[in-house]
Design a protein around this ligand. Structure first.
Ligand code: GAR
Length: 209
């Protein structure tokens, strides 16, 4: 059984997509063992409790020292013997202690085609606002392994989504979620669970079935 530790900050639609894919059998052999939110009122926490998944808010406000924050995360996920950390709309930041503890075992979904519209400050609705401002015709989502620098680790999967003339940041965000994020995040977890991801320098090779 691959035990997932999912980290969230908001609505938790990506967490829901993972739960749905487990329930449908697509993510056979996977379970969401624990959820951590960086924000106390996040709706994602309610989604977790509805599905009987242990969850907690571990906020930076309560752990002002970066090392202390990492330790709190390590301690909580350690209780559940988590194998893979999934950042599903996690909008806070941890440090190298946490990254080293789960070396090559942390993945993130980003709502743009990295290296576009990514890096510090590019989270939530912002990448979509910037994509519209820039006038790109295509955007999308990326799943990647996490390194210390924002949105910088080896890319696992990407999916493109068209930008339409009458898009607002909200309509674009919704399309990117529906057509890309909720698809490629579970797909990346499945590939990981099947042992089919090989990190080779900056690249991730996907082993064919
Ligand atoms: C998602 O669009 C996710 O890609 C984004 O936050 C949203 C969370 O939605 N993550 C980032 O911007 C990380 N840089 P959700 O809580 O409904 O899954």
């Amino acid at each position: 059984m691959l035990k997932l530790g999912v980290m969230v900050s908001g609505g938790g639609t990506n967490l829901q997509a993972i739960i749905d894919k487990i329930n449908s059998g697509y993510l056979e052999g996977c379970t969401v063992a624990a959820v951590v939110s960086s924000r106390p009122g996040a709706y994602a926490l309610e989604r977790a409790s509805k599905h009987g998944i242990p969850s907690v808010c571990i906020s930076k406000k309560d752990h002002t020292e970066p090392k202390e924050y990492d330790m709190a995360l390590i301690e909580y996920f350690g209780k559940f013997d988590v194998d893979l950390i999934v950042l599903a709309g996690f909008l806070s930041m941890f440090g190298e202690d946490f990254i080293n503890r789960y070396s090559n075992r942390i993945i993130n979904i980003h709502p743009a085609l990295i290296p576009s519209f990514c890096g510090k400050g590019f989270y939530g609705i912002v990448p979509h606002q910037k994509a519209l401002e820039y006038g790109v015709k295509i955007t999308g989502a990326t799943v990647h392994f996490v390194e210390l620098e924002y949105d910088s680790g080896p890319i696992i999967l990407q999916k493109a989504v068209p930008v339409l003339d009458d898009d607002t940041a909200e309509t674009l965000q919704k399309r990117v979620m529906e057509q890309a994020e909720w698809e490629i995040l579970p797909e990346a977890i499945k590939l990981y669970a099947e042992g089919r991801l090989v990190i080779e320098g900056r690249k991730v090779r996907i082993i064919e079935k």
